[in-house]
Design a protein around this ligand. Sequence first.
Ligand code: AMP
Length: 279
Amino acid sequence: MNIFRTISEFTAWRNGLPADKTTGFVATMGFLHTGHISLVSASKAENDFTVASIFVNPIQFNNPEDLRNYPRDEKHDLTLLQEAGTDAVFIPTVEEMYPEPVSKSFSFPGIDDVMEGAQRPGHFNGVAVVVSRLFDIINPQNAYFGRKDYQQLMMIKELAHRNYPHIQIKGMPIVREEDGLAMSSRNSRLSKEEREIAPLISEVLKRASQLIQEFTPGEVCRHCERMLEGSGMIHPEYFIIADADTLKPLQNKEDATHAMAFVAAWLGKVRLIDNYEIF
Ligand code: AMP
């Protein structure tokens, strides 16, 4: 497995690949788990070469404490990527990625102003900046992103539609622990008690898909929030049922043919997100 820390070294390798072969790309912030590796496997199945990046992107963190505490384990990440058959890993420093202060800014109306966008000012702009830069450097034909970050996936599809029409964006299923908890690098920061209660988030999402048969979206959301709060340890920031294509919160279930429930919740100092297709 090739490991590159500079753009020039990576580019020299990339330019040496045969023009008729395809490259798939998986962007990560490291502390890898089976969810990340599922993206690598999907890329390997569909491409001649697979490139992963590991970069904790400071400009997408709206909370300095979250950035400071973001878990890192490069050695373990490289072992997992190698075992998965990754061809090249790009691990730049912050200086390599941002030699100049970032001035570019993006706007994704309808996507960056709800849920994660509303709660984390500047977050999606930071993601769009880093993904654009990585797309420019890696120059893949296909790029793989998890539906765990559903809103991010929609934003990246829009970014590709506007600026990278030659890159196919592939949305991949959420990989969960056996108890239902969506895999996340941040799960490692949960205490034992928090980890034990955390699967309630996915249980409540599933429950929403049953409750929606009988109740309005608003009633379901309020009920689900109360179930999470009832745990005494999970503090929902939002619980929203929205149209899966437009992300508009649903007033009536008749207003959409495809809907998802989205949740962001705090367990102690850890903020987790998850989502579930409810019809
Ligand atoms: P991150 O390292 O958190 O920035 O995630 C890198 C990529 O892995 C993103 O496309 C995420 O959506 C995806 N990802 C993270 N967790 C999961 C999961 N549990 N299942 C599937 N994809 C995931």
